[in-house]
Design a protein around this ligand. Sequence first.
Ligand code: ST9
Ligand code: ZN
Ligand code: ZN
Length: 332
Amino acid sequence: NGDAVMEKDLLNHEDLAEDRGDVIDDIFDETYQEKEGPKPPLRYVWRNIILMSLLHLGAILGLVLIPSAKIQTLAWAILCFLVSALGITAGSHRLWSHRSYKATLPLRIFLTIANSIAFQNDIYEWVRDHRVHHKFSETDADPHNATRGFFFSHIGWLLVRKHPDVIEKGQKLDLSDVKADKVVMFQRRYYKPSVVLLCFTLPTLVPWYFWDESIIISFFIPTILRYTIGLNATWLVNSAAHMFGNRPYDQNINPRENPLVSLGALGEGFHNYHHTFPYDYSTSEFGWRLNITTAFIDLMCFLGLASDRKKVSKEVILARKMRTGDGSHKSG
Ligand code: ST9
Ligand code: ZN
Ligand code: ZN
């Protein structure tokens, strides 16, 4: 009986894979073996260590300045956070990394602008690192391998050179679909100026120009603090949601269901579900619950700007829970 269910599960994988074209390079590869012997030594990247430290100091100043800010400035900061976050969740994550739905040109342009506001590397690089994260999860070839601890998977991985296996395995990924997307390649080409303009200049100038906010507050709250919170909310998916929470879908993998992370990361904390069914556009079986990104994609479909949402059926989810889950779904 277990075999029958597994077969069904596999069939479903194939159906969906076919459905998405041939993007299957986000499915876990069980055959990969880490190399024997000592690990290569850490090579610190001091430029990043210094810039990230300065950024976080600046964010603390932003926090201190909140009581002196105008209410419109705080609303603007929240708006910048939400738009930039959608550029990551609905954009580089659910659309471009996993192809879990289709987006029209206007929506892809919007998501690319939002993505540059978020400044988390260009979409192409984000997708490459993210597919290798799914395919070789919790191994040397995973850029933010959570078995190396909370700090490494949170921010440490951005402060050192990559493990050679990340690059070796990453080079074998099929990225033809992102290479073929002209919007993605345009962003890659003009990435630096797009970040200067959209992540740093625009969020600072709007409050200063439109409601006479001080330039200091305009810079440290909607720009520096907002950017830092966006980064940390994202990184919590790699750290906290790989360590704390239940595993109702697959208890053999590290990623967990973490509602608090979902709250901050617009629905991306249902991470045991997501690593089990990476092609599901909702990254959870619970629709809009703690999941603004799903509501956003549904709205885009309603407006005719998106289509072809991939969703795993309730039967397949239940069968998978019974077969590999930790049983926690019964008490929840
Ligand atoms: C940031 C990204 O924060 C965060 C991503 C998080 C992912 C989250 C996943 C969770 C999903 C859910 C989303 C939730 C969202 C919630 C939102 C709520 C707000 N494959 O990298 P380099 C090759 S970024 C194949 O320099 P080093 C390639 O040839 C923050 N090849 O390696 C490459 O050249 P090119 C801002 C690969 O020297 C070459 O190697 N950005 C791969 O080891 C060199 O690559 C920063 O802080 C691969 N995977 O340096 C910058 N990787 O690119 C941080 C590399 O030309 N990064 N190659 O093709 C760096 O400075 C460097 O990458 C480094 C490593 C120092 C970390
Ligand atoms: Zn993960
Ligand atoms: Zn993913």
